[in-house]
Structures are given as structure tokens and as C-alpha cells.
Design a protein around this ligand. Structure first.
Ligand code: TYD
Length: 216
């Protein structure tokens, strides 16, 4: 079924684990599923990702940063997401436009109206049907990341704790402002419990979208 679902969350919220579990569960149910992520998901996007996460660029201007994220996004939407949706696939994307609002907007203080316009331009107005937000307190999330592989520690994560607090508060504000699209879940729960909550919410969406069986 043609559907775009995004995952959002602060650092260490476990999105990557949950997106994989959801992808496998949907595939088991016979859905054609495409998993992708931002920044990245295309050769150009992966090259841009390398620039964005490189700790060498400590002084990257927030506007330059914003535009690089949007460039990677435009490439992903045009060459991967739209074709997959046109082919009737369920697209699961690890981060999307809301990451820019949370990180560059609430985190770095860039104007939300400008970011929304840029996001609209980059995606051609493509919004997710559902955004699963995995909420975790900043300290726990950063600790989870630090315990992970050393190479995963990147330029964004080395921002001050206050930055990550603003990101989280931003996400909570975005989720509260649009409860129809956002589903807020506590990422502190065991992986399997969280997975079943994610699956329940997505099953509701699939049932809503599925055309009623033909009569007679
Ligand atoms: P990644 O290692 O993929 O982190 P995660 O596993 O938490 O998704 O790195 C992506 C980083 O880029 C992450 O810190 C969030 C940040 N980011 C933004 O600041 N703005 C954006 O628009 C996107 C897509 C990501």
C-alpha cells in the first residue's frame, strides 16, 4: 500500500531498531516495504551525510547545515520515496522534515516558518501519513549512544546537552500541535513492548487506508 511513515526521536531513542522490526513485521504481512533514512538513502545523500556528520566541521553555519539536510532530502524524495510510493510500497523513513524543525529549528534557533518553506520545497509538499515519535530523556538517550559503537559518535551528538534538551522539547511541541499525524511513544520501554505498540498503531492506519472489500 502506498504510504509514507516516518520515525523521529532524539539521540539514542532506538529508532533504527524499531524501524527494522516494523519493516520485517509488515513484510511478513505481505506488504511491499522500503526502509530508508535521512540524511542519506541515496549515493548523493550519503555523500552529504558524510559532510554533515564529520566532526571536522565544528563551525558549520546553521543555515549551511539546514540546506545540506534539505538537499539530501530532495534527492531522497525525488529518486527513492516518490518512485516507491508510485509503485504502491509502504515507505518507512528514519527521520524526515520534522528532524529539521527539531534540530535546526528548536535546537539551533532557525526560524520555523523558513524551515517549513524549505522543507516544503525539498519534498514537493510530501508529508508522512504517520510520524512515530520515540521519546526518551536526553541523558538516557545520549548514554545509550555513548555505549554504542565509537564510530557512531558524530558532530551532531557532540552538541551541548542544552541543545539536545531543546530538540526534545521541540519534538514534544510538534507532536502536541498535530496529534492526528504524530504518535508519541515512550522509548524507555522494552524493545518488544515498544514494537507491539508501533505495530498496533500502524495496523490501525493500514486498516483505515485499505479499500473496503467489493460487495457481491
Ligand atoms: P544518525 O547517526 O543517523 O543519528 P540517528 O541514529 O539518531 O538518526 O545522525 C543523524 C543526525 O543528524 C542526528 O543527530 C540528527 C541530525 N539531523 C538534523 O539535525 N536535521 C535533519 O534534518 C536530519 C534528517 C537529521
Amino acid at each position: 500500500m502506498s504510504l509514507l511513515i516516518t520515525f523521529e526521536g532524539p539521540e539514542g531513542s532506538g529508532k533504527t531498531t524499531q524501524i527494522r522490526l516494523l519493516g520485517a513485521a509488515l513484510a511478513d504481512r505481505g506488504e511491499a516495504v522500503l526502509l530508508t533514512r535521512e540524511p542519506g538513502g541515496t549515493p548523493l545523500g550519503d555523500a552529504i551525510r558524510g559532510l554533515l556528520l564529520d566532526p571536522a566541521f565544528t563551525t558549520m553555519s546553521p543555515r549551511a547545515e539546514t540546506l545540506l539536510f534539505q538537499a539530501a532530502r530532495a534527492q531522497l524524495v525525488d529518486t527513492v520515496v516518490r518512485p516507491a510510493l508510485a509503485a504502491g510500497q509502504v515507505v518507512l523513513c528514519d527521520r524526515y522534515i520534522d528532524s529539521t524543525l527539531a534540530y535546526q529549528g528548536y535546537g539551533h534557533g532557525q526560524l520555523l516558518t523558513a524551515l517549513r518553506q524549505l522543507g516544503d520545497y525539498a519534498t514537493g509538499g510530501l508529508l508522512p501519513a504517520l510520524t512515530l515519535y520515540l521519546d526518551i530523556d536526553v541523558h538516557t538517550g545520549l548514554e545509550r549512544k555513548r555505549r554504542g559503537a565509537a564510530e557512531e559518535w558524530n558532530r551532531m551528538e557532540s552538541q551541548a546537552a542544552a541543545f539536545h534538551q531543546r530538540v526534545r522539547q521541540g519534538y514534544l511541541a510538534l507532536a502536541a500541535a498535530d496529534p492526528g499525524r504524530w504518535c508519541l511513544l515512550d522509548a524507555g520501554q522494552p524493545v518488544e513492548v515498544l514494537h507491539s505498540l508501533v505495530l498496533d498503531r500502524v495496523a490501525v492506519l493500514l486498516a483505515e487506508r485499505r479499500p473496503p472489500p467489493a460487495r457481491g
